[in-house]
Design a protein around this ligand. Structure first.
Ligand code: CP
Ligand code: NVA
Length: 303
């Protein structure tokens, strides 16, 4: 794999290859089997937005692979004083073996990849969150045995998570239903991918219909990072759009509930539902570590 910029760039088999390696690395980690496959390599991690899971899982993951990770805050880099993405890509490529970036515009990640001579990994943009959805698919496959034909329901904003779930779910053979309030649809780029899978995809503003017989229900915050100025307006538009007992009762009895975290308990998800599904939600968070290690190995090993 050259870069990981968005899941739309990958085929279903390529996604499954990442999940297979992630399963193997998780197995090795749990049994303390050494897997220092990136010995001596350095990952630069640029953060223009906050992060707990992404930062810590990438940094710990690089260490476990025998390498090293550098936390680079966008504010502290010259990037924050106007040095271009292009110039940043050119110089960082001389020092590090891979770059992970969390930022606003997807075009900045694409630009970084264009001018970087080392692999670039998208750690979240306004448009996509590929690493998260790889962890999500890993968790669903782990618990349900397979992805093919399973019903994935995503309730809430048509944001980076919904868009990535749409693409990742469809590419791996899941039946994908995205439920959003009117005015908060998936992105045109995600809908273009959906058009490749007629009969496997529904987008609706009826969250109850979307949840019917679901194998897994995903939700995410109503206001994503960078949208804080719209928080009030969004709270109104999303009122009632909560994964609660009523909604969950329509799904399969063994439905999984997933949330990328951080969660706003009492907004997009009811406290009792969250608490009842804590083990699988935190397994999902843990799987960020394993799946990203797989991505790092596939992008950086032997280069
Ligand atoms: N889910 C996720 O990406 O978490 P962080 O924002 O804490 O990295
Ligand atoms: N949609 C959220 C995801 C956070 C991991 C955001 O972009 O803020």
């Amino acid at each position: 794999m050259e870069h990981l910029l968005k899941l739309a760039d990958l085929t279903g088999p390529q996604i499954l290859q990442i999940l297979d390696l992630a399963d193997q690395l998780k197995y090795e980690k749990k049994r303390n089997i050494p897997h220092e496959r990136l010995k001596g390599k350095t990952l630069g991690m640029i953060f223009e937005k906050s992060s707990t899971r992404t930062r810590v899982s990438f940094e710990a993951g690089m260490f476990q692979l025998g390498g090293h990770a550098l936390f680079l805050s966008g504010r502290d880099l010259q990037l924050g004083r106007g040095e271009s993405i292009k110039a940043t890509a050119r110089v960082l490529s001389r020092y590090v073996d891979g770059i992970m970036i969390r930022t606003y515009a997807q075009s900045d990640v694409e630009e970084l990849a264009r001018f970087s001579s080392v692999p670039v990994i998208n750690g979240l943009t306004d448009a996509w969150h590929p690493c998260q959805v790889l962890a999500d698919l890993m968790t669903v496959r782990e618990q349900k045995g397979s992805l093919e034909g399973k019903k994935l329901c995503c309730v809430g904003d048509g944001n980076n998570m919904a868009n990535s779930l749409l693409v990742g779910g469809l590419r791996t053979g899941m039946e994908v239903r995205i439920a959003t309030p009117k005015g908060y649809p998936p992105s045109p780029q995600a809908m273009a991918v959906a058009a490749e899978y007629p009969g496997q995809f529904t987008w609706t503003d009826d969250r109850f219909a979307a949840a019917k017989d679901a194998d897994v229900i995903f939700t995410d915050v109503w206001t994503s990072m960078g949208q804080e100025a719209q928080a009030q307006q969004r709270a109104q538009a999303f009122a009632g759009w909560q994964v609660n007992r009523e909604l969950v009762s329509l799904a399969k009895p063994d439905v999984m509930i997933q949330h990328c975290l951080p969660a706003h308990i009492g907004e997009e998800i009811a406290e009792d539902v969250f608490e009842a599904h804590v083990p699988e939600i935190y397994e999902e968070a843990e799987n960020r570590l394993h799946v990203q290690k797989a991505v790092l190995v596939l992008c950086m090993e032997g280069k």
